[in-house]
Design a protein around this ligand. Sequence first.
Ligand code: AMP
Ligand code: ZN
Length: 430
Amino acid sequence: MFWDQQCETLDRDTLERLQLHRLQETVRRVAAHVPFYREKFAELGLQPDDLRSLADLRRLPFTTTADLRANYPTGLLAVPYDATLRLHTSSGTTGKPKALFFSRQDVDNAAELCARSFVMAGITPKDVFQNMMTYGMFTGALVTHYGAEKIGCLVIPAGPGNSERQLLLMRDFRTTFIHLTPSYGLYLATFLEKHNVDPRRDLALRKAFVGAEPYTEETRRKIEEGMGVDVYNSYGLSEMNGPGVAFECEHKHGMHLWEDHFLIEIIDPQTAEPVADGQPGELVMTTLTREAMPLLRYRTRDITSLIPEPCRCGRTHRRLNRITGRSDDMLIVRGVNIFPQQIERILMAEMRVGRNYLILLNGLDEMTVKVELAEAGFDGQVEHLMKFQSQLAEKLRAEILIKPKVQFLPPGSLPITEGKAQRVFDERKM
Ligand code: AMP
Ligand code: ZN
């Protein structure tokens, strides 16, 4: 199913011509209205008209999170302040937030891309959408809210948390699809189990769009089994409108990134040079249609790779593989580089492991993985548990090359997360 078949299936030549045209427009606009870019262009000796092909993209400067913060609050606006329609901030944890402005056209485009993304996964106007993302400054909820309304779905702006109420709403209003973080998805699955709700029998739920933080295929499976839904990976970031940047189609093999609105590069985060097609690196994006706050070559810090081959669904927009983490998520423990996702993958593949975990770094350079057991994970025999504990520590060692302590906890004992989870606690004295 298509929301906008023509745009979604544009042949690559036409798509690239459109991209070049939009890029040239964007560059002209920022050169005229954004002093930050004007100065960068001057430093590089670059005139907007120098940009003659998509390959010239590489001559443009990068934009980083630090640039966004340095130009806070309105320094990167390309339209007059009173021409803006909405302000969002990014969920960055410390210091000044990143301020992201939308014009009327930007608000509409963001909704349009979410509509495309939902319909791509089979959503129709008859569907009922319970949005479990946080409403507020965060783009996660509002942008998808408008997208689903555009399709004509009934939208229930539930927000995250208060699982009893979520259940009541899902039951009473026959919710068919939800949008939530993987951490909350895992929690909700446990909640349903505890309350003896069999979602396949008791609810009308069919699909879940899960995103806003990295998660693994194993976690996808846990949510699918526990909630009786088909999970679609959904990716976005506030700097690029929020959700709706790249979602999975029915084939669930990579997320189509809407290339008529964004230009993609994958670079080596150290050297900033492009990686070979299909190789992992940092995703860099340039906005092609944003009016209020266009960004050139924005360094997302998200690590992924491109799937260059066409997809069976007929869409020509290339796909991104699952985001494996952020370049700044990497932990260095005893000299070894570790991504938390490697640990999650091992844990969530275990039947006896429950749905919540955290990683504690303390002492000189010690790692403890605290993980909840599944309801049926403990058969009452302590020896079995101890054996499982050492097996799991061994499996983790094989993956991350250092052997952590594994500590099991009863189901439901770790703090629950409704939004993005904090899984790593670094208390090392180094
Ligand atoms: P925010 O701008 O606060 O919405 O956060 C955006 C960030 O969330 C992205 O840059 C990613 O690091 C992360 N993120 C969003 N969606 C996903 C996803 N499906 N998989 C992995 N990470 C994601
Ligand atoms: Zn596809």
